[in-house]
Design a protein around this ligand. Structure first.
Ligand SMILES: [Zn+2]
Length: 171
């Protein structure tokens, strides 16, 4: 992750970060911290299969991942999850906080910005998936398919496996 160099409020050069990581702006007095950005991802289950997406753009163009993305400021994670799935696939899904299957910190993109990837199990509700936005194509997969897919991030393979295993357990 690149060190913070300029104040996000006034644009002045900030001082070298202190040992807690806070970089103070001498001009306006604010102190800035670098944090992970939370992202949400959905393992969507329908008829015993999970939906994998194929990325339309870099980073990791052409590789498999799951629908999802960055939360907006103030956005509730489940709200963001449903919004991202609707934007990328035009389908409605349902999930809950009890269906969080993992939280994985990982670097994203060329600058190595760190994100906290929150993975949900979600259930298909309505609509037929129409890939849009940063999704090139979709594939419904079972546990037996997971090893042959070329995932952009290994934790998405784990997320789909956990969701499919969870789906097979009796209620
Ligand atoms: Zn400033």
């Amino acid at each position: 992750m690149r060190p913070l160099r300029f104040c996000q409020a006034c644009g002045s050069k900030v001082e070298t970060p202190d040992k807690e990581g806070g970089a103070r702006c001498g001009a306006c007095g604010r102190t800035w911290y670098q944090n992970m950005a939370p992202t949400v991802g959905a393992a969507i289950i329908r008829d015993g299969k999970a939906l994998a997406t194929i990325r339309a753009f870099d980073p990791m163009k052409g590789k498999h991942d799951v629908p999802g993305g960055f939360l907006k400021p103030h956005e509730e994670p489940l709200e963001g999850l449903r919004r991202e799935v609707m934007e990328e696939l035009s389908i409605e899904v349902t999930s809950s906080m009890e269906q969080v299957l993992q939280m994985v910190p990982h670097p994203y993109g060329e600058d190595g910005q760190w994100v906290l990837s929150i993975g949900f199990k979600a259930t298909w509700v309505s609509g037929e998936p129409q890939p849009a936005d940063d999704v090139a194509a979709i594939e419904w997969v079972g546990i037996e398919d997971l090893d042959r897919l070329d995932f952009a991030w290994e934790h998405d393979r784990t997320l789909l496996r956990r969701a499919l295993e969870d789906d097979q357990e009796p209620d």
